[in-house]
Design a protein around this ligand. Sequence first.
Ligand code: FDA
Length: 393
Amino acid sequence: MTGRYDVIVLGAGAAGMMCAIRAGQRGRSVLVLDHAAAPGEKIRISGGGRCNFTNIHAGPKNFLSANPHFAKSALARFTPADFLAMVERHGIGWHEKTLGQLFCDDSAKDIIRMLTDEMRVAGAQLRLRTEISGIEQKAGGYRVSTSEGAFEASSLVVATGGKSIPKMGATGFAYRIAEQFGVPVVETRPGLVPLTLDPQLLQRLAPLSGIAAPAEIRHGKTAFREALLFTHRGLSGPAILQISSYWREGEDITVAIEPDIDIFALLKKAKQVNGRQSAQTALAEILPKRLAQHIVESEGISGNMADLSDKRLQQLAASIQSWPVKPSGSEGYRTAEVTLGGIDTACLDSRTMQAKTNPGLFFIGECVDVTGWLGGYNFQWAWASGHVAGEAA
Ligand code: FDA
């Protein structure tokens, strides 16, 4: 089989479907190809099954890229309010969870249904279980060879995502296409990923596995205040996932547990009020019991608070609120929510996502060197970059 279209989109994920909708609405004939058995598989598992589909505060400052200005144009032209309007038009219930993060009330599948319905109305065709074996540039466009035959189009949009979660079919295919067409790729690495600890430290922290606490995690000038989770592999929770995108192998992070509480003042007061209580009892007022126990034991503290000098209390507070940790690594693409780096934005037109050197070739979504924080920002980038490419392809 062969077929000729105006636009072929590779990848029926968040970015690819949004692009297909916009291009179809403009009257372009659109074919979307995907090797998976269902569209939007990452949408389905996102946000614990409820899809954190955008963040009302999303702006360029929430993204990492070699060029922090690149995302501005697309983010301004398709905003969280634009996506929310589509969600509301489809009668999908939603709520704000925290920090501007918007989630479906019921299921992430509502978002997939909305996107596939919109594609159908826009006349975009979707072909699943289609393996792509080759791409050629031809006069007037591109030819895509697949397990289902060859298809041609004047515009080819690459929306095949990054390398995260290979078990779900992530292949890094976009980077190979970029290489084929001489488009440079910024070094890729896992982002929004749990950090691991060396075996010695891990053994010491083993009793804490499963404990969560509010924390501020700092790396250089960057800091995030969200939950920290101790795991049997190391450290996780939103605060760690956020900082992981900034951290590099061999570097330290600084952990402050309960950053809104002045722990030294709290300990001093507890000593004044009841000198006969232990530091562990005083700490257990604000920390999980097991964590309080672990901290006093690691600091070698026992006995009554009355016997502890202010200096000792200060040291104890510092061990909780300025704890330097050197992660040994990360859990890698196996569990990373996103891929940092990707198609070099210097080679893309920020208004259209078109490759400057290859007319008709577009890259959108996660494969581009634009990576959002945790909290709905990555989907907002997928919608925005997909939309602007759909306006131009
Ligand atoms: P995406 O990966 O969604 O789509 C790529 C598509 O291309 C897939 O359908 C794939 O099958 C297809 N494909 C890949 N290789 C191919 C090939 N060789 N041939 C044919 N097809 C191919 N973000 C957020 O904002 N809020 C959230 O709640 C979450 N939650 C979340 C949870 C988990 C567990 C993960 C792993 C990730 C998230 N994310 C998230 C991140 C978010 O899922 C991600 O940023 C977007 O899905 C990226 O959209 P894309 O369309 O670029 O790629």
